[in-house]
Design a protein around this ligand. Structure first.
Ligand code: NAD
Length: 500
């Protein structure tokens, strides 16, 4: 797989250091002392390098660095934090191609999306940088005898634990608001795509984020992740990952009363009514499942299509799915790259068998692509019922399940008959119907006549098994900061006298 970009990305990975990828604590890289595990390149299946699983002492060291840096960082004026975080964004932009190449190499995500994802990472920093000076602002709530005012204070050192699907962008989405709020951070990226987190912490330090404010730990979820979530000096855990892991994180943090924010899995419906703009709905259905290799929490993995247009919609879907360009993630023309790991490939492939045995039909794809790497043909499953596992469980791959519906009520019932509630996409030209269905669907985010277009001030997050809490805009600060009420007496009331 010759590619100058890939060669540069491999050289960059090698530059991180000889030996396993370790940690970054207190502003300096540290080799890991713990056991190591392999990290492979999704496009070739070859070993990229080894990674250290942090020991208990290393987790303590990182949390201690974040604890010591906290009073310093929170005391820095919001305007100064703003300037530093803008410098982080500037450096991300300057190194956007390098970051994108590392994501292609390490996560197998196609260049066409990753080149934009790096820039979005910079935008996340700029957005929260601009809000840093006012993050502490509260409300004035006067009563008859007191002036109450609220203010916000950063909660303390927080753990940020992220998944492998779009590692750099998702990390910035959590780390930027934490730093803007005045919190310090220990970040643990996913074991299957750890390299871009190293670039982020290097960039932050170069931009002037003081030592210890952002630390990066590598390791497995069950060891490093667990230790972080159990650590008494970590005050909150911002987590993005599977619903099952989210539930474990609540239990692990219970003894130390951790505040948790969980962004979890999804099985998001795209509901296409027969009055929809057919071509745009088709574009959205294809884009929202097959971009990012279908490894996207907000992917539209179920398309609910009104029966009157069902057959034509399926016919056009089959055409489009067969034309998707699967290949080398570094090629700018690639639509779908390899899946992240052999184990994930086996999981995705397993769902095709489940679909067949449940009585659905594989209309396109359905098989592994022979050769190196973890490639899977973009897959379309038709004739599915909402009761089938392929319509209910998160596959997290390039697999779209089509389900027919009769009318508005049937669409809502099928959309909601599921454990998840992250996102929903509605396509209709009937404004009233758009509003009614948007109100009725169990989803934290609904797009009407649109694909997922993110506007940073809006809340992001899910209902049901898709998460607890929201972030984005001020919602991020609500999670990362303590709200304090101060009541000042006007001197007009009498304190009750007892024991006189
Ligand atoms: P995962 O839950 O397996 O792992 C996520 C992170 O949690 C990793 O860093 C992992 O090491 C860590 N972890 C695992 N067990 C842990 C434990 N016991 N304690 C602490 N940390 C632990 O998820 P994944 O497979 O990496 O990512 C895919 C999942 O992420 C999908 O379900 C997807 O929908 C979800 N996701 C959700 C969003 C969202 O915004 N809602 C965004 C992206 C991905």
């Amino acid at each position: 797989m010759p590619s100058a970009k890939r060669d540069r990305a491999i050289a960059r990975v090698k530059k991180i250091g000889v030996g396993p990828l370790g940690h970054y604590i207190g502003g300096v890289p540290k080799p890991g002392a713990g056991p190591v595990f392999d990290n492979v390149e999704p496009a070739t299946g070859r070993l990229l390098g080894q990674v250290s699983d942090a020991t208990a002492d290393e987790v303590d060291e990182a949390v201690d660095a974040a604890r010591k840096a906290f009073p310093v960082w929170k005391a820095i004026a919001g305007t100064e934090r703003r300037a530093i975080l803008h410098r982080v964004a500037d450096l991300i932009v300057a190194r956007a191609d390098e970051i994108a190449a590392i994501e292609c190499l390490d996560a197998g995500q196609p260049w066409r999306y990753m080149s934009k994802a790096a820039i979005r990472g910079a935008e996340n920093f700029r957005f929260f940088a601009d809000r840093a000076p006012a993050a502490a602002d509260g409300r004035s709530l006067p009563s008859a005898d007191h002036l109450n005012y609220t203010t916000r204070q950063p909660i303390g050192p927080v753990a940020v634990i992220t998944p492998w699907n779009t590692p750099f962008m998702l990390s910035t989405w959590k780390i930027a608001p934490a730093l803007a709020a005045g919190c310090t951070v220990v970040h643990k990226p996913a074991e299957w795509s750890p390299y871009s987190a190293r670039l982020l912490v290097e960039i932050a330090c170069e931009a002037g984020v003081p030592a210890g404010v952002l630390n990066s730990m590598n390791g497995l979820g069950e060891s490093t992740g667990r230790r972080l979530t159990e650590h008494p000096d970590i005050k909150a855990v911002a987590f993005v990952g599977e619903s099952r892991t989210g539930s474990a994180i609540i239990s692990q943090g219970a003894a130390t009363l951790k505040r948790v924010h969980l962004e979890l899995g999804g099985k998001n419906p795209i509901i296409v009514f027969d009055d929809a703009d057919f071509e745009q709905a088709l574009d959205a259905a294809v884009f929202m499942i097959y971009s990012l290799n279908g490894q996207r929490c907000t992917s539209s993995s179920r398309v609910l299509v009104q029966r009157s247009i069902h057959d034509e919609f399926v016919r056009r879907l089959v055409e489009r799915v067969r034309r998707l360009k699967v290949g080398n993630p570094f090629d700018p023309a690639t639509d779908v790259g390899p899946l992240i790991h052999a184990k994930h490939l086996a999981k995705v492939a397993g769902y095709v068998e489940v679909a067949r045995s449940d009585g659905a039909t594989v209309a396109a794809g359905g098989t592994k692509i022979e050769g190196d790497g973890f490639y899977f043909h973009p897959t379309l499953i038709v004739g599915a019922e909402q009761s089938m596992r392929i319509a209910r469980e998160e596959i997290f791959g390039p697999v779209l399940t089509v389900i027919a519906f009769d009318d508005e009520n049937d669409a809502i019932r099928k959309a909601n008959d599921i454990d998840y509630g992250l996102a929903a996409y509605l396509w209709t030209r009937d404004l009233g119907r758009g509003l009614r269905v948007a109100n009725a669907v169990d989803a934290g985010m609904v797009w009407v006549n649109s694909e997922n277009v993110r506007h940073l001030p809006t809340p992001f997050g899910g209902m049901k098994a898709s998460g607890i809490g929201r972030d984005g805009g001020d919602w991020s600060f609500e999670f990362l900061m303590e709200t304090k009420n101060v009541a000042l007496a006007y001197g007009t009331h009498r304190v009750p006298r007892i024991g006189v």
